[in-house]
Design a protein around this ligand. Sequence first.
Ligand SMILES: [Zn+2]
Length: 330
Amino acid sequence: MNKILSVLTVCGLLAMSCQKQTLSNSTSLTSDINADGTNPNITGRRCGSYEVLEQQLKNDPSLAAKMNAIEDFTTRFQQNASMNRLVNGVIVIPVVVNVLYQTAAQNISLAQIQSQIAVLNADYAATNADYSLTPSIFQSVRSGNTNIQFVLDTVIRKSTTTSSWSTNDAMKKSPKGIAPTSPTTKLNMWCCNLGGGILGYAQFPGGSSATDGVVIDDNAFGSTGTVTAPYNKGRTATHEVGHWLNLRHIWGDANCGNDLVGDTPLHNAANYGCPAAGTKSTCTGTPVMMTMNYMDYTDDACMYIFTLGQKTRMQALFATGGSRVSFAQP
Ligand SMILES: [Zn+2]
C-alpha cells in the first residue's frame, strides 16, 4: 500500500472535507486509477453508462458500426451549420417516468418527479442559478441555452419485490420491470433503488429502443423528497441525459482520454467531490480542468455547465438524419 492509498484509507473514516483535500493529490497518481479513469479508492459519484456501453458492444456486433455512423453524422453537422434545424426553435422532449418501488419512500412523489424535470429544464437552458459561478476562463465556451427542453408526459408506478437493481436493464423489462413507453419518441426514465453505489446509467444513441433511456437511483432523483446529499440537486439526471444525448465523460473514460468535444480540457481521470478552482490536469498542456462540467463526477453542487461543443454534439442528434430526430417531431 503506497502513501496515497494509506491516506485515502484514513480519509474513508473521516468527513468529506478530508476526502476533498486528498482528491486533488490522488488524481495525478494514475496508478491508483482504473483503466476507465474512475478511482476505486473513492466513495464518490458512480455512473454505469460506460460499463453498460462496453457490454452492449460485446453483445451486439452491429452496434459499433451504428455508433460510428452517428459520429460521422455528428462531424458533418459540426462542419455545416446549415444542417441545424434548431436555429429558431426548441426541441421539447416528452418524458415518461417509470417508478419501481419496494418501500413507500421509493414510490417518490409527483412533486419530486416534477423537481427533476425542472432541474433538467434549467440546466439545459443554462438558467440554473449556479451557471453564474463559471470561472472566467470557461465563460467563452460554456453552452448557453442548448434549446433542448423536457416536458413530463406520463408517470407509471409499479410495486416490486426487488430490493435492489443492477445495470442489466431488468427494470426495463416485464414482468419485473416496466417496459419503455414509445421509446422512439419519448425519453423514458426509470427511478428505482440501484445497487453497487451506482447513481444512474444511460444508453447512448444507437442502442436498442427496447432498453433506451436513463435509470436514476431513487435517492438521486430530483431535488426534493428522498434525495440525499451530495446528490440532491438533480444533476445525476442532467449527467445521464447528457449521455443519452451522446455526451461522453469529460475525461474520455481513459487517462487524458478523448471526449469527442474540442472545447473541453483534457482530464487525467474522473474528479470527485468539489475540487478547488484552477486545479490542473497533467495531460498535454497541463490545462485547468473543467470540473464543473456536468460530464465529470463531481458533486451536484459543483457541476453547472455544458460547453458549446457539447451543445453541438447534442443538437446533431435532432438534425434531419440524426439518430434522435424522431424525438423532435411535433
Ligand atoms: Zn456518466
